[in-house]
Design a protein around this ligand. Sequence first.
Ligand code: DLZ
Length: 164
Amino acid sequence: MTTGDHGAAAPPGLDGTGLRIGVVRARWNSLIVTRLAAGVGRGLAGLGVRAEDVVDVVVPGSFELPMGARILAASGKVDAVICLGSVIRGETSHYELVASQAAAGIQEVQLSTGVPVAFGILATEDEAQALARSEEAEGHNVGYDAAVVAVEMARLAQQHSVPS
Ligand code: DLZ
């Protein structure tokens, strides 16, 4: 696993075998979100999460990611959720509003449901920054980082029997 200095490094021995993970993807800026989703796929597979244990849903934009996460978290069918989106300042007049509401909503969902929700949303000045944080193969990919976070937090919740 290589995520560089800024990425989440998986703790030694972290194992996602048997975990069920929900992935909520925003349709806005789909080129970037598709790259993030590829990073999630690499991260989950590398930690032993089976493809058939991944529930994938799509919402219109990043503003709807918390609601998508809430739906999956409340379903009882997943151990953790990963939210993927891209908000680009240069193309979004209400950039701060969309990005901050998505972040606040995701935090609220994980705290209120007890189901961990990993934050895989890029809020960048421009598309070049978003591309640099959703790299393929060995590069930095925030989706990959979010996959590691989801597995780690799902295991933590299991170990301490957090009721969902
Ligand atoms: C409306 C909007 C804009 C302008 N920009 C973005 C963006 O950069 N990234 C993103 O994920 N979503 C954007 N949206 C859509 C909002 O997230 C939301 O879907 C709409 O405001 C409808 O609630």
